[in-house]
Design a binder for this molecule. Structure first.
Ligand SMILES: C[S@@+](CC[C@H](N)C(=O)[O-])C[C@H]1O[C@@H](n2cnc3c(N)ncnc32)[C@H](O)[C@@H]1O
Length: 233
């Protein structure tokens, strides 16, 4: 971070859940295997993003690398980045154990990754952009736009709060109560941390940020407060 001005956001400093903690990294991987079907997620992304075997793809906030590993089967090369070195080391280990040769991992983030290669055909980020406050989300989205080829696709999936809601207190209390029953105490506790300390924003702000960065939003898919935006440059 030393080459950045004093006012620049330090994206390596963890906010909310600490993904630089080795135990958390392992636990996150296990939880995601239980809760999600990443194989189906990757097949669905391949379809809607029309990923081709000649494509160069970037995943930002790759976490334990599960999606990057799956997507690497469909394209020429995946570049996967994350600000947590522990996450990147874990993902690298997985790639090596699966003999995946077409993935490169970097310890960098939305605001610091520099692409010295050709522009990307596809950029994907899931459940990571909310780690940045809104102004820095905007900067991140502009950087993503700049790293894409003309006509390139961008898929953003993240926690985005709906509007208008008359009573946000009841809305969040109900979410936590339901999560305790459906997903357990740990996920409910992480969601409390998320709402309190991380920077998930409202739907109208997110759409404004995407459009302002230059993207055309082609489709929006809401699954409760998890929202996916399919965008084109
Ligand atoms: C909730 S995890 C999501 C991981 C993975 N994308 C998934 O869907 O399971 C959030 C990840 O974003 C990473 N992250 C946080 N801030 C970031 C930033 N500014 N740039 C890139 N990654 C970031 C964290 O280190 C963590 O690995």
């Amino acid at each position: 971070m030393s080459q950045y001005p004093q006012w620049y956001y330090n994206e390596f400093k963890q906010t909310g859940v600490d993904y630089t903690d080795s135990e958390e990294v392992q636990a996150y991987d296990l939880r995601m295997h239980k809760l999600r079907d990443i194989e189906s997620e990757s097949k669905w992304l391949r379809e809607i993003l029309k990923i081709k075997d000649t494509d160069l793809l970037l995943e930002i906030g790759t976490g334990t690398g599960e999606l990057a590993l799956k997507l690497s089967a469909y394209c020429r090369k995946v570049v996967a980045i994350d600000v947590s070195k522990k996450m990147i080391d874990f993902a690298k280990m997985k790639a090596e154990s699966q003999n995946k040769a077409n993935i490169q991992f970097y310890n960098a983030g939305f605001l610091t990754f520099e692409n010295y290669d050709e522009p990307f055909d596809v950029i994907v980020t899931q459940l990571a952009l909310h780690h940045l406050p809104d102004y820095w989300k905007m900067m991140a989205l502009r950087r993503i736009y700049g790293m894409l080829k003309e006509g390139g696709k961008f898929y953003l999936r993240d926690v985005v709060f709906p509007s208008p809601i008359q009573d946000y207190d009841s809305y969040f209390n109900n979410i936590i109560t339901d999560l305790k029953k459906s997903a357990g105490d740990k996920i409910a506790e992480e969601t409390e941390i998320h709402i309190r300390e991380e920077f998930s924003t409202l739907d109208w702000i997110m759409e404004g940020l995407l459009k302002n960065a230059g993207f055309c939003i082609e489709a929006v898919k809401c699954d409760g407060f998890i929202v996916g935006y399919l965008c084109k440059k």
